[in-house]
Design a protein around this ligand. Structure first.
Ligand SMILES: [Fe+2]
Length: 473
């Protein structure tokens, strides 16, 4: 089997650092401060056992403390229960996305029923309060950590009694209502999608609405406009009985059923009422970009794939051999809130993933710019791209042997233009066998600065730039 040029990004990183000072090459803008906090898988083996899928690896947190005289870099494994049980038992102790635990069939089934599943927060890091940071995976078991040291601080304790089996690691923030929304799934007969809201700084979720479903879809994210939550059901669906009893890894109980089409359910945030249900031809996706209300419709942009083959292409054997080509395209769906058909429009034929925009100012609102990791040619994501949705203009950053991760937009203070700021991305340079934090001018994608990290940082998923009080009004 051939080995990918970018293979180092899919190998374990066992080294940890605490406050290592990284020098800038170039000069970031004088206003750049705060922290870039990120998570991603970094340990792909325990004992003699290998995790099978990119989404399975044990989580490592990364903190880039941004200052004029350099970057303070800290990276530390998330000491989740999954990590601790794996470390102590030298085995895969909790079932992950595509890897079973090494427990017996009966123990695994009992754990699934009891919701005693993974808390391996390798997908996203978010703030529930100004001093309350958690690492998330697609199970409602957030793990708290200290923002400065990245030390794990135990399970986040919900104070409600809402039980579910899975959730998204992409909660939405409504800064006007000061609410955090998410969507959970309870596997049952029938199963339920449950949208929840939780006030900033609280630990008590309330149900916005529950929607019964016979075959729940795999759901990585959902949409939010100013007044609505949007459930997007791609037709990669599971039979809850199979999921609970088959003993197969979570994602391997899902089946691609394109005849079910792509279903949108639009829910009013405050009343919980279903405002519109509509279907159109099937596609698959992980990431919804943004949604907004316009002329009596809800407009939702997402990264659309023809089918769910991308999930299989992210098995580690495939990625390490050079597969994993991203084929998603930026696609807009317009859903009339009254009657009328869903309109689909491909906004760009470029292949991209990990979209980002000025979330703080534009989430749920009309927006003009987005940034994403893009892919040109074979291999893996190898460029960053900026899209102007008004002019359809594209700007690209790329460099030889460089594989960037999610671009994170940071607005400059007192910004007037929507693209006034910088974009931060952790990039793996396969020629130097090292990663760096890249700072680009968000408008032009010209390089402002970079800071080399001590080693290759495995390809991660998501993170956020946080100012001192991230949820302050
Ligand atoms: Fe994601």
């Amino acid at each position: 089997m051939t080995s990918a040029r970018f293979r180092a990004g899919f190998e374990s990183l066992l080294s940890e650092s605490s406050g290592v000072k990284l020098a800038w090459q170039g000069a970031p803008p004088a206003w750049l401060a705060g922290d870039l906090l990120r998570t991603g898988p970094a340990m792909f083996e325990v004992g003699a056992k290998h995790y099978r899928h990119w989404f399975d690896g044990l989580a490592m947190l990364h903190r880039f403390a941004l200052a004029q005289d350099g970057v303070g870099y800290t990276n530390r494994f998330l000491h989740s229960q999954s990590y601790q049980a794996a470390s102590e038992g030298r085995k895969v102790a909790r079932g992950e996305f595509a890897t079973n635990s090494q427990d017996s069939y009966l123990t695994r089934v009992r754990a699934t029923f009891a919701g005693n599943t993974t808390d391996n927060g390798n997908v996203n890091v978010v703030a529930y309060g100004d001093n309350d940071f958690v690492a998330l995976t697609e199970v409602p078991n957030p793990v708290r950590f200290d923002r400065e040291t990245l030390a794990t601080d135990g399970a986040f304790g919900w104070t409600d009694d809402l039980k579910s089996h899975v959730t998204t690691a992409h909660p939405h923030y409504d800064f006007r209502r000061r609410m955090i929304y998410n969507c959970d799934i309870l596997f049952h007969q029938p199963s339920l999608y449950r949208f929840t809201r939780m006030a900033f700084g609280s630990a008590e979720r309330q149900s916005v609405t529950e929607i019964a479903v016979d075959r729940p879809a795999y759901m990585h994210s959902f949409g939010m406009s100013e007044n609505h939550l949007i459930l997007v059901e791609f037709p990669l669906v599971t039979n809850p009985i199979r999921l609970l009893l088959s003993g197969r890894p979570f994602i391997e109980t899902y089946r691609w059923k394109p005849e079910r089409g792509l279903k949108f359910t639009v829910i009013h945030k405050d009343s919980g009422a279903v405002v519109r249900s509509a279907s159109t031809d099937a596609c698959f996706g992980f990431h919804l970009v943004n949604a907004f209300e316009q002329d009596g419709s809800v407009v939702i942009d997402l990264i659309a794939y023809d089918d769910a083959a991308i999930v299989r292409s992210f098995y580690l054997d495939t990625l390490r051999a050079g597969g994993g080509t991203v084929t998603g395209t930026l696609t807009r769906f317009t859903i009339p809130l009254g009657s009328g058909a869903v309109v689909r429009e491909t906004l760009s034929d470029d292949r991209l993933e990990l979209p980002n925009f000025d979330y703080r100012q534009r989430a749920g609102c009309a927006y003009r710019y987005l940034w994403a990791a893009g892919q040109h040619g074979d291999g893996f994501m190898n460029r960053l791209q900026k899209y102007d949705l008004q002019t359809r203009g594209v700007v690209i950053w790329e460099a030889p042997c460089c594989y960037p991760g999610e671009p994170v937009f940071v607005a400059s203070p007192n910004a007037e233009a929507e693209d006034d700021g910088v974009v931060l991305s952790v990039v793996m340079d396969s020629a130097k066998n090292q990663s760096f934090l890249l700072v680009l001018d968000a408008a032009t994608l010209s390089e402002r600065a970079r800071a080399w990290t001590p080693y290759v940082i495995p390809f991660g998923f998501h993170g956020c730039h946080y100012a001192e009080a991230p949820l302050a009004a």
